[in-house]
Design a protein around this ligand. Sequence first.
Ligand SMILES: [Zn+2]
Length: 122
Amino acid sequence: MKIFEKLKLAEADFPVVLLINVYSSKHGKKDIIKIENKIDLDLTMLGLIDPNLTVNIIENDEIVNKMQVSIPKEVQGMFKCKNPRCISNFDEYATPKFVLAHKNGKIRYRCSYCEELTSYTI
Ligand SMILES: [Zn+2]
């Protein structure tokens, strides 16, 4: 649903199919979004929402390309640094930049400006 929202598919002028709770032998169940058009996909954004996501490009009923999205190692400008004193929060030219870091088994991003660890919400 989040991806559906982020890609603004509710406003699309081409056919879009959203399937929820489809049986999957690998994951138990999965959700599928079928987009009948060529659109630009931001794989960094998709990886932040769901690192287990797969993108299939289908042409003439055949899968011509399969992309496994993964959690991005570097992120620019997708979310804000949680440190209120960080330069990226008040200098409009300092685009927030983060590098993937793990803390206690959780995914965190380390700010390239102030080193603060941030959990992200997008
Ligand atoms: Zn920062």
